[in-house]
Every structure is written in structure tokens, then in C-alpha cells.
Design a protein around this ligand. Structure first.
Ligand code: PGA
Length: 239
């Protein structure tokens, strides 16, 4: 299967000029570029080979929700993918599993490809709760509002919270085990779901290949390293 790289710029860069320059350097097949909202439309115009992604959406269609952005608004500027339930949303903005489920539903209804992020905190890991946390996040995120996920494509990103932005990635072996576990849950009766499953958390050009060498790992969600053109160039050569 082709590997996928999702480049999550988070709240970077500061200007449209820098965003366009970075977008041009990231425009390759099998890449999704996810810039901040204000840059989506213009970045979308310079991307010829890669796809446009958003970092979040709000689940209501329209109305009095100051500061929020709907699935339809994202679609209107040609967004194809949307990251949902990123750990920074869950832990810095108190997003609950239920909110994540509503966002998944809104994305699916609007034919955006949702990238559902799951992963445990260091406390949960140390308490032996990793599997339970991931199972809960998956089941609520996907099945609280049953959607025809067998018809609509979606993606899962396994991102251990403690590995994000720390320079301390999960080992490839352990990430592989968790990705197999996720696949097992998604294939336990009555489900037979076969999404791409990515790893994320301190991925860069030095370690990317160690994850992608496993056929079970369908790609990576990259934060910090996606802001450096040289890093992007190297990483692209591995997908
Ligand atoms: P990181 O971020 O690559 O900087 O660890 C990954 C992510 O947040 O998706």
C-alpha cells in the first residue's frame, strides 16, 4: 500500500508568505498539507500534487459559534482531509471523546476524510491503561454516531501524547504493536474496517523509515519536522 505523510503545521508559520513557500516545498504525491485556517485557501492554490488538510473543524453546520469553522466552510476552500481529536485539542482545549465523535460525524457527512487521532498520556501508559484508552477513543470516536465508515474513507493516527513534540518518539516496534492492536479492534465483529493507520510523535527524516518499513504502518503524521523544508524533502523521498 502507498504510504501517506500528513504534515501538520499546527499554529505555524506566522505569515502567508512563509506558508506559501513551505507549501511549494511540500507539494508531492502521497502528502497532505495541513496549514492553519487563514492560509488554507491560498495554500490550496499552490498545491498541485499534494492534498489540502485542515487541523480541526466544528461539528455544527452554521450559526453563532464565534471562532469556529464548519465542515462545509472547509469544503468550500477545497479541503479534503481533516485532523480530528488531535491530542493538543483533547488536552489543551479539553475536547472530549463525545466532541470528537460529533466532529467525525460532521466530517463524514460532508465527505471530508477524517484523521482520527488516538493515543495515551504518560500517566495512562505508566498505569497500564494504554490499550483501554485507545479502545475507548476509537469506539466513541467512530461508533457513538454510527456512520457508514465502510463507505466513507477515514484514517486513524496513533499518536502517544508523551511522544508529540518531545523528540522522544515511541519505538518503531512498540508503535507497530499498538497499530496492530488498533487494527484488531477495527476488525473485531461486527466491524470490518480497514483504514490507513499512521504513526505520529516526533517523527523526522532520521526515524521515518524505521516506522514505514513495516507494512502495517501506512504512513506518518508529522508536526515539527514538517516546518523545515530540508526535512520535508528527505521525508518525501521515503513515501
Ligand atoms: P511532532 O507532532 O511531529 O512535532 O511530534 C506530531 C503531531 O502533533 O501530529
Amino acid at each position: 500500500m502507498t504510504k501517506l505523510l500528513i504534515l501538520n503545521w499546527k499554529m505555524n508559520p506566522a505569515t502567508l508568505k512563509e506558508a506559501l513557500s513551505l507549501a511549494k516545498a511540500s507539494d508531492y504525491k502521497n502528502v497532505v498539507v495541513a496549514p492553519p485556517f487563514p492560509f488554507l485557501e491560498e495554500v490550496g492554490k499552490v498545491l498541485k500534487k499534494s492534498r489540502l488538510g485542515a487541523q480541526d473543524l466544528f461539528y455544527e453546520e452554521k450559526g453563532a459559534f464565534t471562532g469556529e469553522v464548519s465542515a462545509k466552510e472547509l469544503k468550500s476552500v477545497r479541503v479534503k482531509y481533516v485532523i480530528i481529536g488531535h491530542s493538543e485539542r483533547r488536552h489543551k482545549f479539553d475536547e472530549t471523546d463525545e466532541m470528537v465523535a460529533k466532529k467525525m460525524k460532521a466530517a463524514a457527512e460532508n465527505k471530508l476524510i477524517p484523521v482520527l487521532c488516538v493515543g495515551e498520556t504518560i500517566e495512562e501508559k505508566n498505569a497500564g491503561k494504554k490499550e483501554a484508552v485507545i479502545e475507548r477513543q476509537l469506539k466513541i470516536g467512530l461508533f457513538l454516531y454510527p456512520r457508514p465508515y465502510t463507505l466513507n474513507p477515514f484514517i486513524v493516527a496513533y499518536e502517544p501524547v508523551w511522544a508529540i513534540g518531545t523528540g522522544n518518539p515511541e519505538t518503531p516496534e512498540s508503535a507497530l504493536e499498538t497499530i496492530k492492536y488498533i487494527r484488531k479492534i477495527l476488525n473485531a465483529k461486527p466491524y470490518t474496517l480497514n483504514p490507513k493507520i499512521l504513526y505520529g510523535g516526533s517523527v523526522d527524516s532520521r526515524n521515518l523509515r524505521d516506522y514505514l518499513k513495516y507494512k502495517e504502518v501506512d504512513g506518518a503524521l508529522v508536526g515539527g519536522a514538517s516546518l523545515k523544508k530540508e526535512e520535508v524533502k528527505k521525508m518525501i523521498s521515503y513515501v
